[in-house]
Design a protein around this ligand. Sequence first.
Ligand code: BGC
Length: 753
Amino acid sequence: MDVKELISKMTLQEKASLLSGADFWHTKAVERLGLKAFMMCDGPNGLRKQEGVTDHLGLNESIKTVCYPTASSVASSFDTDMAKELGERLGDECVREDIAMLLGPGINMKRSPVCGRNFEYYSEDPYLAGKIAASYINGLQSKGVCACPKHYAANNQEYRRMSGSSMVDERTLHEIYLKAFEVVVKEARPKSIMCSYNQLNGTYLSENKYMLTDVLRDKWGFDGFVVTDWGAVKGPVKGVEAGLSLAMPGGSDDHEKTIIAAVEDGTLEESKVDRMVEYLLEALLWSEESRAKDARPSDDATRKSDYEFARKLSEESAVLLKNERRALPIRDDAKVLFVGEFANKPRYQGSGSSHINSAYVSNALDAASGKDVSFARGYDTKDAGASLRLREEAVEAAADCDVIVIFAGLPASYESEGFDRKDINLPPEQDKLIMELSRLGKKTVVVMHNGAPVAMPWIDMVDAVLDVQLGGDGVGEATVRLLYGEVNPSGKLAETYPLKLSDNPSYLNFPGDKGNPVYAEGIYIGYRYYEKKHMPVLFPFGHGLSYTEFEYSNFKVSADSITDKDKLEVSVDVWNVGRYPGKEAVQLYVSCDNGKASRPMKELKGFKKVELKPGEIKTVTFTLDADSFAYYNTDIHDFYVESGEYTVMVGSSSSDIRHAEKIAVEGTVKLPLNLTPYTPIGEILENETGAKILGPYMQAMGNADSGEAGDALGEGGDEMMKAMLLEMPITALVGFGVIDSQTLEGLLKQLNG
Ligand code: BGC
């Protein structure tokens, strides 16, 4: 169907009607022209299709289906193929259920570990989040289903999420909080984007032209449509002006009436309404036409295969945080005690609009049937008072076992959309239980269920920690297979685990006065901060152990000097030198070592997961380009490669770098000088032209009898005075009588020109 032609046949009322929903989950139809209503649904880690009473907080039941691991887990797999397959499976399900758009994935950065929705987001690192999300979106859209990455943007807390204003400087915004969105727009071309509830620097996202048009469309080339988060629209007219197509949910005709009135009284151009309708229909009709014909049918075989995939993804994303005294894997003949409610009722997903109605959830206790495993409840998540007795029972039950496995984690009431956590602690009765059991001298293993970092005051007391995160329906089976070594853990942390909450860089500005947080830590979030400050952490970004060992060798970079127009090939051999088959997520980081801009100690610029049998070696390759070396420069409002020395590193985690090589990179873009009377003399002299023009004056100044300051410029002059002079604004030359103000003006013009 030709969209422009279709729109040309519509009345103003019909067009305006399309810009808000019909109800909670549908767009409006224009029956006269054969345009149907389209349905959208929450995900992103399963399909939340509500057929009965509808809501956006996950309160009412949706269809029974498979719940996959949450985004926080998926990112820990460091596996783009798995993320793509997840998108494809969800796409198939959307096709079966006649869903045109899936509301996800959530790609906000994890600024603070206590943001209530961290389980729904991928990472504290924009590159990792962007690449995993792009794969998921490519998978989903390959089935003809629109993706809708959310929540655009700087929506990094739940406190006052519907009204607060995130105060973010331009560089931080583009380098950290927008980067994952930029990556997905450029690499996966999502058909839609959901704008968030909050304000950015004082303007609501739903009416923010800079964000919805200037950046999204004009800078990145987005060609889909923007939909609001549910209830995020403020002014319908301002929305259209800014680049907003669809206000959700629907149910009343207020929105369309406001738009019609504005067009009729001349305050809104009808052509703008047309354009917003065009973006919307282009995407929805694309979905109608390209729905996969080969989607697997809705039957037991499909359900089983989706479940198996959920289990596999759970296995790939579990992170082995610690493993000493060979506590893991557990031998098949060991006498094992499972302790904790989560062993038979795992916590496997978060709460809120992403909540999935699982048809079946596996649990570790059932999955371990046939093995020598007994069980003690250990704690009660609903009744902390019962815990003393349960703890005593667990200690008693542990008397004749070889290995104690404690299933711990955050109860559902701790982690949800709509509010933030108060701290990063486990419920105190779980900490006590772990400490008491670890004092018995047995091998003690903790299995952790959580969608965001927790403190582990007992970390030195236990032998092993396996973090199965929020692992979806298959988590119980996956956990047993990992514990007993049927599968080798290969997940890596996508978010740093700090020692304590107050170590986190956002701590003093989270959640901000009246929910208006100043992002004062700038680009230094997550490992970018901890590393720069040389701060110890509980577990670093990218960390994750294996039952086998990998050696890295033969590290090569294709050149020792490049320009920002070249590509750099990097390769390293990874060798499984241990006894188990396993997978390693090789990570590539880059640092700029002598630039002028403030830069992190390292930034992730590549990752690849490889599977290796014992003794096997594989070569892992990466290609770096300008993006790998750039930072966002506010003079040119764009990413920019500074000339200088860079280090390219490969390793097994951000703190386990195995090889590094220095290379010189030449930036070919010239920055405007933007000199003012207050630019320090030293900065002008650093510039070649600046030195040429200013040189004679400085010489004159050095020769003039102007006291100590003059001497300072002479050969062998006093170093301190020289340093002081170089820091002075150039206008000081007028003050010293070296030049007059007209000469200064001419000088600046000449330099800036
Ligand atoms: C959430 C979105 C969700 C929408 C629809 C909102 O409250 O923030 O992520 O897609 O509801 O349920």
